[in-house]
Design a protein around this ligand. Structure first.
Ligand SMILES: Cc1cc2nc3c(=O)[nH]c(=O)nc-3n(C[C@H](O)[C@H](O)[C@H](O)COP(=O)(O)OP(=O)(O)OC[C@H]3O[C@@H](n4cnc5c(N)ncnc54)[C@H](O)[C@@H]3O)c2cc1C
Length: 464
């Protein structure tokens, strides 16, 4: 019988993980990537986000360890820092700093370019996966009856040659700017409906040298849109004795990319802890801005008339505001689901599969989408959907959660679990949690001291 072939468009995190899973089911897997892929953790044009602070959530790391057994050791070998959640991170929320406690959760911290390189090396070791780089995907090739996709048209960036590649399954993982809606309409299929919720957020990021005596401590400072403060930021020590600092502003209060403006912006966050640290650090990079951060979801799950044998994953299907750090974990969960759904199936007989996969992918997205868009709806001028009554109640409840967190390790641990996608965000509403929040809101909090820490105390927060 003719060998089976799967094509993945895009060689970033979603594409690499999809290819890893497909290598179990197809005789050959081809990744088509328009960039020339570096042979180390370098920046490349197709993944500009690598210059910014990136966190792989605990759930995402768990999936990577399942897809690539022993991946933890790869992370450690690359110099990833081990973060003990509660001890090695501090969040400054509406209620103040999260408490210093050991939640028992651990995860590794590594810059995005290095992380992608580790995944790419693992994928490169799989014998039936082939990379076709410096090649653009141009369009889909339909079957003679027009009902299925049987391949793709590509163009080389090296010699501008055009090629047709044929496959039993084509996966689009070409990211937020995916042209899949155009590819589909070009062959007579409808484009999916799109939902965009845009809080007009922007990033500005700079990397610094990490002094030898600086603790391995992650800091995140939340914006407070209801108090008129649209600015937040994060500081993360990473491999190679570096520290990455990303400042984030919503409602068009974009962080500047000039030296003085960047520092002043950091100083005016809800707490100046990040400013106090970086003002004395030696920068090792320019300041880079990024503004394409809207939540954009393409409803492939709702399309009534779709071609067989073509699915869309990762940011190409739904890109989230990355402030909440969910994108890579969502892509990993989708890849894992793809493997579960293909288990026991023949790639030559995938009738109905594409529709079922898009429904599963939409279900995986649901929680992350609710969290990202729900929080973004706090910003004035948010476009796409105004906060309704349910959102407003949610905001009021989560404000109380944030106010209780400095006083309660149990509530903070629950928050970590939801934030790192170990549990659904809805778990924050379960009765035991609500009772704890109620207790802290109406009883304990009134009798306790204010848990806000002064900026000078951050090293105490970080001390282990
Ligand atoms: C500023 C920023 C910060 C982020 N921070 C985090 C974070 O902290 N944690 C987290 O989990 N996620 C974060 N994300 C999101 C995360 O980067 C993505 O969710 C993740 O990389 C998965 O994306 P992807 O693989 O679907 O697409 P992408 O990473 O966008 O990759 C798409 C790939 O497709 C290639 N491509 C595009 N078009 C074509 C074509 N026509 N032909 C061939 N190849 C093509 C591109 O070159 C690229 O390699 C962040 C995103 C941004 C923008």
């Amino acid at each position: 019988m003719k060998p089976t072939h799967a094509i993945v468009i895009g060689g970033s995190i979603a594409g690499l993980l999809a290819a890893r899973v497909l290598s179990d089911f197809a005789d050959d897997v081809t990744i088509i990537e328009r960039d020339r892929l570096p042979h180390k953790g370098d920046y490349r044009a197709g993944a500009p986000q690598a210059r910014h602070l990136h966190t792989l959530l605990i759930r995402g790391e768990q999936v990577l360890n399942r897809l690539f057994p022993g991946f933890e050791r790869d992370l450690e070998g690359a110099g990833a820092l081990l973060a003990r959640w509660g001890l090695d991170n501090s969040f400054y929320t509406t209620g103040g700093w999260t408490p210093h406690f050991d939640s028992g959760y651990r995860s590794h911290i590594l810059g995005r370019a290095e992380l992608e390189w580790l995944v790419r090396q693992r994928v490169g070791q799989i014998a039936n996966i082939h990379f076709v780089t410096e090649t653009d995907m141009l369009g889909l090739i339909p079957s003679d009856d027009g009902q299925s996709i049987i391949g793709v048209r590509t163009e080389s960036r090296v010699d501008h040659g055009h090629h047709n590649l044929y496959a039993e399954l084509v996966v689009d993982a070409s990211g937020r700017n995916s042209k899949a809606p155009e590819w589909l309409t070009a062959i007579g299929f409808p484009a999916p409906a799109e939902t965009v919720i845009n809080a007009h957020c922007g990033y500005a990021t700079r990397w610094y040298e990490r002094p030898a005596d600086m603790p391995n401590h992650v800091i995140a400072i939340q914006a407070r849109p209801s108090e008129g403060l649209m600015r937040g930021g994060g500081l993360m020590p990473v491999e190679g004795n570096q520290v990455v600092v990303t400042l984030i502003g919503g409602a068009e209060d974009y962080p500047p990319t000039d030296e003085a403006g960047f520092l002043e912006y950091a100083r005016t966050l809800a707490n100046p802890a990040i400013y106090d640290i970086i003002k004395d650090l030696k920068p090792v990079s320019p300041i880079t801005g990024y503004r394409r951060l809207e939540n954009r979801r393409r409803h492939y799950e709702r399309v009534a008339h779709r071609p067989e044998n073509f699915i869309v994953m990762g940011d190409a299907a739904a890109a989230l505001n990355p402030v909440y750090g969910q994108g890579m974990t969502k892509a990993a969960l989708e890849a894992e689901a793809l493997g579960q759904m293909l288990n026991g199936r023949d790639l030559r007989q995938l009738r109905g599969f594409a529709g079922r996969f898009q429904k599963r992918s939409a279900a995986i997205l649901e929680d992350a989408w609710m969290m990202a868009t729900g929080e973004d709806m706090r910003f004035p001028g948010v476009e796409g959907q105004k906060p309704g009554l349910v959102n407003r109640i949610g905001h009021a409840y989560f404000d109380q959660v944030a106010r209780a967190m400095p006083y309660s390790a149990a509530i903070t641990k629950d928050f970590f679990e939801a934030m790192t996608m170990l549990r659904s965000g809805k778990s924050m509403l379960r009765p035991t949690m609500a009772a704890r929040v109620f207790w802290h809101t109406w009883v304990t909090r009134r009798t306790r001291r204010d848990a806000h820490l002064s900026s000078g105390e951050w090293t105490t927060v970080g001390a282990s």
